[in-house]
Write a new protein. Sequence first.
Length: 79
Amino acid sequence: MEYSELFAAIDAKPFRPFSLEIVSGRRIEVAHPDNIMILPNRQRVHHIEVYRTDPWDMAIIWPEGLAALLFPAPEADSG
């Protein structure tokens, strides 16, 4: 996966929640741009941290473990 896709998803206005899929198949939801950190910075990605507050949880993703960026399917318009 290209980091540019991830950075664009984080910076999107308006923000759309997305999930990161890791090579094991686990999906980690990013509900808000404040819930994800690229460390130490975007120029030199060492790892990615994703936080969740309810229930409290944190995931650390190493770059080689990142498989895909996924957006939920748009909800059908019921109007």
